[in-house]
Design a protein. Structure first.
Length: 248
């Protein structure tokens, strides 16, 4: 029997998009910098300042900040590479682990202990669903087997429970293509393109199961870890050939 139920409301995260980066680099950062330096010059400049003069000073500094756009971009890219992903994971992993704990409690209601279970700890490797130009909802990415039933999650916070009779086929795969090689190590356009391609590759990599459900027959456990993909391929093979006996 196939059972689909809502088990997560998701985790609200922000994810950089071209529109978000334009706003950040051409408005937010220059405005903050211009406001700060204008305040210092007015405070310590030693001259009588008029409103028009202050506004003019702000505009001049703002334009200078725009000229520094490449520097802002380099600093932002360095932050994302060195600190950004770790900072995001540090913030969201405790929330994500609580989500997984709730899922396991839900599975326990089916009165069979989990034998095999795998889930991702990295927030950007979860199922993600964009709901705005910079707003993304991340949902738990989980697969489990309790000896009788299988459990998987999707990209809108639902969990499916199915038994072996519901399985039509299963497969796995890892997409690695599309990356750009060569060029300068400081070429930001190449770095950005590769980052976006890596995310796209991750979306279509993992372990896939097709079940007898008209509305959503294909389910995915997202992972680029080939050892995990092979693990679940073998679990399904052993169930099929009877090596792994199904519990009543």
């Amino acid at each position: 029997m196939i059972i689909i139920e809502k088990i997560s409301d998701g985790i609200n995260i922000k994810q950089a998009t071209p529109k978000y980066e334009v706003l950040l680099l051409f408005f937010k950062i220059p405005t903050i910098c211009a406001s700060f330096f204008t305040f210092l010059l007015v405070l310590f400049g030693g001259k009588e300042n008029t409103l028009v003069g202050i506004i003019g000073l702000f505009v001049i500094i703002y334009v200078i900040c725009l000229i520094c756009f490449p520097l802002f971009w380099v600093l932002k890219t360095a932050y994302l590479k060195i600190i950004g992903v770790k900072a995001v994971d540090k913030k969201y992993i405790p929330i994500l682990n609580e989500e997984y704990s709730n899922i396991k409690q839900k599975i326990d209601t089916y009165q069979k202990p989990i034998i095999y279970a795998d889930y991702t700890h990295a927030i950007l490797q979860c199922h993600v669903h964009r709901v705005g130009w910079s707003k993304v909802m991340a949902y738990p990415n989980f697969i489990a087997f309790n000896g009788r039933d299988f459990f998987m999650t999707d990209n809108i916070g639902r969990m499916i429970k199915f038994n072996w009779d519901d399985v039509r086929q299963w497969s796995h795969g890892t997409q690695t293509g599309g990356m750009i090689y060569g060029g300068s190590a400081t070429d930001l356009s190449i770095a950005r393109a590769n980052d976006e391609q890596a995310l796209e590759n991750a979306k279509v990599s993992g372990f896939f199961v097709t079940v007898k459900d008209v509305n959503q027959p294909k389910w995915q456990f997202k992972t680029s870890d080939e050892s995990l993909q092979n693990k679940w391929m073998e679990i399904f093979r052993q169930v099929k050939d009877g090596t792994l006996k199904l519990q009543a």
